[in-house]
Design a protein around this ligand. Structure first.
Ligand code: NAG
Ligand code: NAG
Length: 294
């Protein structure tokens, strides 16, 4: 189950220059500020890492989802316990706007940061939590509360990938796409270059075989929800204007690429079990029983 980076970067880190690709006029200023910050900081190793588990109570599809009981334990506790096993995290916190969630988390020993109800997504919640933390961190890992089966090795994998790629501000993970998910728009596909940097993410099948069929020989990649960010980048990320491809696909991470930032993708072995609707709980419990996971 250990992540094998598609490509471990071998180039010397200190000589790398920050390159801004095809910047659109509207985003030019924000990107220029970002670029200068990273140029200045690129010699320093980003060593201090915080894991943040954003947890939101009110969800249109699944009210109170983080607290749902899975084989006798709240889902958020499972995510927290799994994340605790990651060796690269200096600190782990739950970020929530809800007192019930906060109370539950303090009950099993988690640190909790209260964030405002106005956060529109997990990224914004992580960004707000980062500003409220007492200590400074170089890297933030956004661990989604409903991916409670995320292996700690995957968390460590995305952190190490970002540390090894000083020209990247973002890292994430992908696993093999199952052929039956090829045309499911809820399964996001991605393609990377030969050094493991993201080229594009899509709800459509990429690459698209000329024949119009799924190519059984091609190693298609399925994007996973875990992501880590350079903390300076996380401060400006939610404020970057939405971009055309992001809006068209409804994929937040495209905003990163469209603004010319670099993103590292590691390839891992992982079976996806998101809990999106109450009916998913039973499915995941039977999967866990089968695999002897408790
Ligand atoms: C498309 O997929 C087939 C296998 O189904 C493969 O042989 C072929 O090389 C792929 N690419 C093109 C351009 O047809
Ligand atoms: C979060 O949600 C808001 C509103 O939908 C959106 O503008 C923003 O791009 C999203 N992503 C980030 C990183 O803030």
């Amino acid at each position: 189950m250990s992540p094998n980076p598609i490509c471990s970067s071998s180039e010397s880190s200190s000589t790398k220059l920050w390159i801004v690709h095809g910047v659109l006029a509207g985003a030019a200023i924000a990107v220029a500020i970002g670029a200068r910050t990273y140029l200045g900081g690129s010699k320093r190793i980003r060593s201090r890492v915080v894991g943040i588990i954003p947890a939101h109570y009110a969800s249109s599809r699944f009210q109170g989802k983080p607290l749902v009981n899975i084989l006798g334990k709240p889902m958020i506790q499972r995510t927290w316990e799994m994340s605790k096993l990651a060796t690269t995290l200096d600190h782990l916190v739950v970020a929530t706007d809800d007192e019930k969630i906060a109370e539950c988390c303090r009950g099993f020993g988690a640190d909790v940061i209260m964030t405002s109800e106005s956060c529109r997504n997990g990224t914004e919640r992580c960004s707000e939590a980062l500003q409220k933390l007492e200590k400074k961190y170089d890297i933030v890992v956004n661990i989604q509360g409903d991916e409670h089966l995320i292996e700690p090795e995957i968390i460590d994998g995305v952190v190490k990938a970002l540390q090894a790629a000083p020209d990247a501000v973002f890292s994430t993970a992908a696993t093999s796409l199952k052929p039956e998910d090829a045309f499911d728009p809820n399964r996001v596909k991605c393609v990377v270059d030969n050094r493991g940097y993201a080229i594009y993410f899509s709800r459509g099948l990429i690459p698209f075989n000329k024949s119009g069929n799924v190519n059984p020989q091609f190693p298609y990649m399925l994007h996973l929800g875990i992501q880590s960010y350079d903390s300076k980048f996380l401060k400006i990320y939610p404020g970057l204007q939405p971009t055309p491809l992001q809006l068209e696909e409804d994929l937040e991470q495209l905003k990163v690429l469209e603004n010319g930032y670099k993103m590292k993708v590691i390839k891992v072995d992982h079976e996806v079990h998101g809990v999106d609707i109450p009916e998913d709980v039973e499915k995941i419990e039977s999967f866990m029983r089968k695999k002897n996971l408790s």
